[in-house]
Design a protein around this ligand. Sequence first.
Ligand SMILES: [Zn+2]
Length: 74
Amino acid sequence: MKKSVDTQLIGLRCEHCGQQKAALLGWLKEHDELACDCGQAIVVRANDLVDAVKRADAAQRRVMFSPMADQAFV
Ligand SMILES: [Zn+2]
């Protein structure tokens, strides 16, 4: 079964504390910001999502060649 890019985890860096947060691409499309543990919000920019979709697409292709690739996102 082909995975949708919406189920790909996308990493976003908090500008306030530098922490890397991950969220599903499908979720990010529906939200403008992601709450960080430091109490600030990470603004989700459309440009970031475009790049993220490209990276997710490339990652999906790698999955076809490497069964371990999926686990790299955990
Ligand atoms: Zn933060």
